[in-house]
Design a protein around this ligand. Structure first.
Ligand code: NAD
Length: 433
């Protein structure tokens, strides 16, 4: 789908006119490509307070140099900020450089987990969340701002690489926590999923197709699942990616067993992407509008997850990535059914994550897309669609590949310390926190 307004603001007259009229000024985001795989410019590493973290060795491996010139990325280590006075150092560090960050650049603030035994530290570290979200809303020019809470820089390497790359183009205003789970280093950094098998539901088109494509790019053998009615499309996608197709309805009672039977050698990455909408206000919604949405988007996710974990199909080091939505966080008129199902996915992730890691060595996370340009959003009436596109800090809709890149980061062997997170891929949508 073409975003004509984005193309208009990309032209000189369009830029002039929209600036004069005070209209949104989205820029074409720098996304990953084989020709332009890294951000264009150096990395500036700053510190506020007294840090014990030492992220420098990890930052040196991100592919960004520490040279002079307009920074493409600024990393501010604020993990040692424990008192209100020290917050002035956050201001002092970023105030002089924020304007010079390159277009489509990154600001990543490193924070510490909140200390339950020290309300001064907790207040100040929580303050960084407000700071990050506000800077994300004002920085503009396709630049993103993220708060990463961590205790160990090495455990956060895959996350820092993702955030400091064009792969995270549509992730902004987010707070991500990296804990202390097991972290593996892939032999081939360019194809980190080599030797791993990934199953993607709803892979015939849209976001699922993009997820399968990016996981295959990263070396995974992909199994593309979709309904029997989409057999031709899903076989085409699987064939193009050198993977295999599996056609079944994930709401079928035997779906988990059939998936398990199709994966006799086990599974490493399970992506619950299939989803449907049946939008209507509650007063106009019959049971035929309610049940299918809950069945596809939530019940099937619960059932297949349980089946694949209990049958030990998911191997140790495995990854589950479920697809939520910002509607599941903020709610949306006409989507009581959909928002219930997607909020349910978030509940599943938060509850299961610690147990799945402890009992199976499997992480469980969610991506929560905002407005993504797909057939699902093309069906939205024009005025609502245009509002959905612009109501975020980047002033544009995301692309399926943005959700796919985020999924691939969560699926990465080095992301074992990222667990129970709900990461919004929404350009910092104004809906919800
Ligand atoms: P889409 O409609 O383009 O694709 C969904 C795919 O899921 C289709 O190929 C469909 O055949 C498949 N599917 C549906 N029911 C199925 C079933 N019972 N069994 C197996 N496969 C089934 O949707 P999309 O826009 O690519 O969305 C993908 C996911 O992202 C969904 O979970 C959706 O809720 C979520 N999401 C999308 C957006 C967006 O803006 N597009 C925003 C938030 C969340």
């Amino acid at each position: 789908m073409t975003d004509r307004y984005l193309r208009f603001t990309g032209s000189a007259p369009g830029r002039f006119l929209t600036r004069r009229l005070g209209l949104p000024q989205p820029v074409t985001l720098h996304r990953w490509s084989a020709e332009r795989p890294t951000l264009d410019g150096p990395l500036l590493h700053l510190t506020a307070g007294t840090s014990a973290l030492d992220p420098a060795p990890v930052l040196a491996r991100t592919g960004l140099s520490a040279g002079d010139g307009r920074p493409a990325a600024v990393v501010l280590d604020a993990t040692g900020v424990r008192e209100v006075e020290a917050l002035a150092e956050v201001h002092a560090a970023l105030h002089p450089v924020v304007r010079s960050v390159a277009e489509s650049g990154r600001v990543v603030v490193l924070g510490a987990p909140l200390d339950a035994a020290d309300h001064h530290q907790a207040a100040v570290q929580q303050g960084l969340e407000g700071f990050t979200r506000s800077l994300g809303k004002e920085i503009g020019r396709g630049r993103t701002v993220t708060l990463l809470r961590l205790t160990d820089a090495a455990a956060a390497e895959s996350t820092l690489r993702f955030l400091l790359s064009p792969m995270s183009a549509y992730v902004s205003g987010q707070v991500i926590e990296v804990g202390g789970g097991p972290v593996a280093t892939p032999e081939d950094g360019a194809r980190p999923l080599t030797g791993r098998t990934a199953l993607v539901t709803g892979a015939a088109r849209g976001i699922g197709e993009a997820v399968a494509e990016v996981l295959a790019r990263d070396g995974a053998r992909v199994v593309c699942l979709d309904v029997p009615a989409a057999r031709a499309e899903v076989e085409r996608v699987a064939g193009r990616l050198g993977g295999s197709a599996l056609t079944l309805d994930i709401t079928a009672a035997d779906a988990g067993a059939r998936i398990a039977d199709a994966l006799p050698d086990g599974l490493d990455v399970l992506v619950h992407n299939a989803g449907i909408t049946r939008d209507r206000r509650l007063a106009n919604m019959g049971a035929d509008g309610w049940s299918p949405v809950l069945d596809v988007n939530l019940a099937s996710v619960l059932c297949t997850t349980d089946a694949l974990l209990s049958r030990k199909v998911l191997r140790t080091g495995g990854r589950i990535v479920a697809t939520a939505s910002i509607a599941g966080i903020a709610g949306n008129a006409g989507q009581t059914n959909y928002a219930t199902s997607k909020a349910g996915v978030i509940g599943l992730v938060r509850s299961l994550a610690p147990r799945a890691l402890a009992e199976h060595g499997v992480t469980v996370n969610a991506v929560a897309p905002g407005f993504i340009e797909t057939r699902m959003t093309a069906a939205i009436p024009f005025a609502i669609r245009e509002a959905g596109r612009r109501m975020n800090s980047l002033g544009q809709g995301g692309l399926p590949v943005d959700v796919a890149e985020t999924t691939a980061w969560l699926a990465h062997p080095g992301s074992g310390a990222v667990n129970g997170q709900v990461v919004r891929v929404c350009g910092q949508s104004l809906l919800g926190a």
